[in-house]
Ligand binder design. Structure first.
Ligand code: SF4
Length: 72
């Protein structure tokens, strides 16, 4: 099983960010312990580093992630 590099520090995985519990668990399974390279937070991290990832960005917010990365 693939596990995200950021799993020990990510506020989404540590549940400092809240979402509907069932949805959050599903996203953790699909992204954090699965296809983490497709996570919006991870995508921003790759380009801008950990400090560039907004605290309120959710793993499924790909459009927002692209805007952040492109600076718009
Ligand atoms: S939310 Fe994204 S960046 Fe955070 S641990 Fe999960 S896959 Fe990694």
């Amino acid at each position: 099983m693939d596990v995200c590099d950021l799993i020990d520090t990510c506020p989404f995985f540590l549940q400092e960010m809240t979402y509907l519990p069932a949805t959050q668990n599903l996203m953790m399974k699909n992204y954090c312990r699965g296809a983490y390279s497709a996570c919006a937070r991870y995508m921003v991290y790759l380009v801008l580093g950990v400090d560039g990832v907004p605290s309120d960005l959710y793993p499924n917010e790909h459009k927002k992630a692209q805007e952040i990365v492109s600076g718009s």
